[in-house]
Ligand binder design. Structure first.
Ligand SMILES: [Zn+2]
Length: 81
């Protein structure tokens, strides 16, 4: 969940544990897992849009409950010439 002050993002709060992550100059001090989902016709939430943020610790704990683990790929950093 993003908290705003004077139309600027001030901090991101983890929806699961309430941890506050400060945002300086538009950049969060820690990475957060942000999700936005617009539900459609075939759901029971048609026309609704959900969003939430998780801190990295909660992301790890939530995904650890998955029956099938998250797919992870190593990414090579790309440096444009
Ligand atoms: Zn958390």
């Amino acid at each position: 969940m993003k908290k705003y002050e004077k139309n600027k993002i001030k901090e991101v709060v983890c929806n699961r544990c309430g941890k506050r992550i400060a945002v300086e100059h538009g950049i969060a001090e820690e990475e957060v897992f942000h999700v936005e989902k617009r539900w459609g016709y075939f759901s029971k939430k048609d026309m609704k849009k959900d969003s939430f943020d998780l801190c990295e610790k909660c992301y790890d704990e939530v995904t650890a409950e998955f029956v099938i683990p998250v797919e992870t790929k190593e990414e090579i950093e790309f440096f444009p010439c």
